[in-house]
Write a protein that binds this ligand. Structure first.
Ligand code: FES
Length: 361
């Protein structure tokens, strides 16, 4: 086994320019980007940053969507504190001048800029973070584009970027159509009370508030249940599957091994894994109940990962040789699986030897 450490893990230590409270439990963390890293941290609206810190001696990382406009020189993410969130609690305790390790922007929930579009954006809670970046970047850079945003929260106090969204409405009065839905605070218009479920979408379509087939694309960011019901509703309304983009917005808390279900193939014991990363090939052994990232780390290899739960695709790589099953996959499209891409964090070896290529993007 080669125990050399792969040093290009893509993390850069960035200084925090400011941490500003946004709601009672959310802050906006703004990073200073030094001139030598400007290219590396150039992003497309909708992408996220993976942040890393040592918390109580443990390497913890989380992905947070970028909330800046592409026109800003610094990069900001919105971080909502979760009651059991080790990482978010750590971040809320930081102050300007502190540093965090940050991976360059990633993610495919993106909107390339240019041309003229009408996008429908649907967000719930802190799922608005990438949506706000998309809305603002599109409005500021595509003079003829229109954004319709429907944003769900419990109460008005929990609305992230409330001031910024109001300002956006004032700046782009005819091109930014904003609808707030509240689940725990009554609004004057009954239609705007409650969740964004199938019934609500049906009513919004019937009343002409949204016209699903008229948009160039529909972006959805929120919890899994909302994404699934919205996706199905849009398909039923006749929207092409390729026009629906979604980002699962759930914080990971663990990547502990899971007990295989009865109908799953048992993983091979002690598979030999060869990894190609940054032009080098390294090898290690993968015990059956061990996450591949942990086995790699034990062997001194730092592979790219963030959520460890199959959601972000930071660990996407190509299976060049061997057979695997994935514990779960919330991020790879069917064409990617057909092309041999896998999520390394979810790999269970089904053959004695695996070759995973992280350079094949
Ligand atoms: S690290 Fe997020 S899908 Fe593997």
């Amino acid at each position: 086994m080669n125990t050399d450490r792969i040093t290009n893990s893509n993390f850069h230590t960035l200084s925090i320019e400011s941490i500003i409270p946004d709601t009672q439990d959310a802050v906006v963390v703004r990073f200073h980007i030094p001139s030598n890293l400007v290219d590396a941290f150039t992003f497309t609206p909708g992408q996220y940053l993976t942040l890393r810190a040592q918390v109580n001696g443990e390497d913890i990382r989380r992905s947070y969507s970028i909330c800046s406009s592409v026109n800003e020189s610094s990069l900001a993410v919105g971080v909502k504190r979760l009651s059991d969130g080790q990482f978010s609690t750590h971040v809320h305790g930081l102050q300007s001048g502190d540093t965090l390790d940050v991976m360059p922007p990633q993610g495919r929930f993106t909107t390339p800029l240019g041309g003229s579009h009408h996008y429908l954006l649907l967000a719930a809670g802190s799922g608005v973070t990438p949506i706000y970046s998309i809305a603002r970047s599109v409005l500021e850079n595509e003079p003829d584009s229109v954004i319709s945003l429907c944003y769900v929260n419990k109460t008005i106090d929990s609305v992230m970027f409330k001031t910024e969204l109001d300002e956006l409405k004032d700046r782009f009065m005819t091109r930014f159509l904003l609808t707030h839905l509240m689940t725990a605070e009554a609004q004057d218009v009954t239609l705007f009370n409650g969740r964004l479920d199938r019934e609500k979408l049906d009513t919004m379509v019937t009343r002409g508030l949204i016209a699903p087939t008229s948009y160039d694309a529909i972006y959805v960011c929120g919890p899994e249940a909302m994404i699934k019901s919205t996706q199905q509703a849009m398909l039923d309304f006749g929207v092409e599957e390729s026009c629906i983009r979604f980002e699962l917005f759930t914080s990971s808390s663990t990547h502990a091994p899971r007990t295989p279900k009865d109908n799953e193939d048992s993983p091979v014991e002690g598979a030999e894994v060869h990894v190609i990363l940054d032009g080098s090939q390294r090898s290690f052994t993968l015990p059956p109940d061990t996450p591949l990232m942990d086995a790699a780390a034990k062997a001194g290899l730092e592979l790219p990962w963030s959520c460890a739960n199959g959601m972000c695709a930071t660990c996407r790589c190509k299976l060049v040789d061997g057979e695997i099953t994935m514990r779960q996959n919330f991020s790879l499209d069917p064409w990617e699986i057909d092309a041999g891409y896998v999520l390394a964090c979810q790999v269970q070896a089904q053959s004695e030897k695996l070759v995973l290529d992280f350079d094949e993007v």
